[in-house]
Design a binder for this molecule. Sequence first.
Ligand SMILES: NC(=O)c1ccc[n+]([C@@H]2O[C@H](COP(=O)([O-])OP(=O)(O)OC[C@H]3O[C@@H](n4cnc5c(N)ncnc54)[C@H](O)[C@@H]3O)[C@@H](O)[C@H]2O)c1
Ligand SMILES: [Zn+2]
Length: 344
Amino acid sequence: MVINVKASKSYDIEIGRNLLDKIGEDILSLKSACNVCIVSDDIVYPLYGDIVFKSLKRAGYNVCIFTIEHGEKSKNLNTFSEIQEYLASQNFKRNDLIVALGGGVTGDLAGFVASTYMRGIDFVQVPTTLLAMIDSSVGGKTAIDLPNGKNLVGTFYQPIKVIIDLKTLDTLPCTEYKNGMGEGIKYAMLMDNELESIVTNGVTCSTNVDRFVELCIRYKKYIVEEDEKESNLRRLLNLGHTFAHAIEKLSGYTIPHGVAVAQGLKIISDISIKQGKLAQCAYDKLQTLLDRYDMHIDEDYSLEQMLEVIKLDKKAEGEYINVVMPYAFGDCRIEKIKIEDLIK
Ligand SMILES: NC(=O)c1ccc[n+]([C@@H]2O[C@H](COP(=O)([O-])OP(=O)(O)OC[C@H]3O[C@@H](n4cnc5c(N)ncnc54)[C@H](O)[C@@H]3O)[C@@H](O)[C@H]2O)c1
Ligand SMILES: [Zn+2]
């Protein structure tokens, strides 16, 4: 299946199984033979690197590889400059290509490198985690972290193609699967309709996952086409994220992003129901989903602790912050709220 995104660049997202073996031919329809650097991590490359490497070679590309250490700790300025220097040492020019093979860390980092090397070279996203498939590989946000916080340096830069091979989910550990489902529950709350019933019925790597990934991407495509640079509508995708970022930071980033998002959904729903906004049935439905996917954490941070962190959030504007307030499944609204009022 192919979904086309018409943002500042128009590109296809291909979703299917066993796509890695024909990735070379696939890319050849967009770009003639050139230098290609596969950027991947030290867990994903041993699993899928060889098949991608051989396919690109067969198609006539001159291929090299840059492997990073897996995990968020690699999404930094050091790794960024190491890749840039590697590309220069391999004589990469403006018409060459980067293929990002891995989760959101690889995609964000390789995308940022692609957007800045020689003022921008093409890149292809090949996401291999559920989170990267439904979220980070689509929409063109690239970033690296600074010691002061996550994603503080980055660009909006669309790939020339996204290739989603659902077969790669077979090797994804359960904890990472759960991480993706945190964002999945967020989409269900934003969208209502079919996605909500699929998530309620259960998504595993063998059940419902094809349709689940497709629906999440279709929703993100709609948002990105309307508001690529997040001046308004795209902010909806931050549902649950204000508190999620605070929880991630307070836990020293030991609580993964998707799980923190699920907690963030719970907290903003608690606030919304107390303000008489969220309908009780929607609140109950969310609790059922959080239970179903075991999204509970042991840590219990107070609202006061979280608000201290939220005040430093890059989305905070003085005493105010824009939050996405849920009213019902399929009815979430962007509201500017005084940070202190969140606690009241
Ligand atoms: N750009 C965006 O719009 C956007 C959106 C959401 C999240 N993000 C970013 O994405 C990152 C998180 O992404 P993530 O959760 O994919 O993390 P990740 O890239 O660290 O991957 C998680 C782990 O799974 C392993 N892995 C990946 N694919 C595998 C597979 N098929 N089989 C076995 N192991 C596999 C990786 O090696 C890693 O250890 C964060 O940095 C976050 O800021 C970006
Ligand atoms: Zn997120």
